[in-house]
Design a protein. Sequence first.
Length: 315
Amino acid sequence: MPRLDEAAFTELVAPYRHELQVHCYRLLGSYEDAEEALQDTLLSAWRHHEGFEGRSTIRTWLYRIATNRCLDHLRAGRRTPVGTPLSRQPPVPSSVGEVPWLQPYPDDLLAPDPADVVEDREALSLAYVRALQLLPPQQRVVLVLRDVLSFRASEVAAMLETTEESVTSALKRARATLKVEQPPEPPPPPRSAVERRVVDAWVEAFSRLDVPRLVELLTEDAWLRMPPLPFEYHGREAAAQFFTAMSGGERDVRIIQTRANGQPAFAAYGEDPVTGLWHCKGLFVMTLAGEHVHEVTRFEPALVTLAGLPRTLAE
């Protein structure tokens, strides 16, 4: 490829920028890490674009770079995420979370036209991304490249500088190991009347901290999660204990609804009695099962800005 100026290079890679970010997010499970890997990918591509010989498509070449930047990131070791302490002492959790670095991917950042980008919404769900993080890096990469993005085994082998036999073996092991948690019933269609009814009922109860109503809306085997904090609560009884411990004397929460990972989500704000300002308490992503809520995952307050929401609301 001839030497390009910055404007020409930016135009060349622009059609692939979004899908590369989503690819990095699936592999790393963190929006912030994915953005860092994307920047490393584009910088590497810029520095070495003259060496591109056209033996693959531009898209495949960029995926090769992005995949290897993600593998470099994983080999370097995870930064230990630090979570904001809860406002009150929580009850003993049911289990300890295994993916503390998990972050949401706001729907506002997804491509509006499915024809514009190779993107499987189910393969961006929190459950799927969480399950991917528990696979060894090489298996994770091969599974995503083959099953989500539909690259051929020969293309994946070239990206990873290995053999097709190794790719096939890694894919077989990954498929056998991957365990994506499924709700007891399928979720209602996105933005459907049923989804809206369930979400509105949950938000109304949450805004009033109506613990009995919240528990009623949960499935029997519901999960409450809050990465990077390690606490996980499984089942209605554990959820009731958690909500009761956290509710304290507060009875007023402001809610702004949004979406992330193709799922309903909302930001919750609590009032500061001194300043009168409403500070974000977290970004909550919901997994629905029929007309119930199967999982609520709470993320750090700072992450609401990814969804274009403010950290603080005026009085």
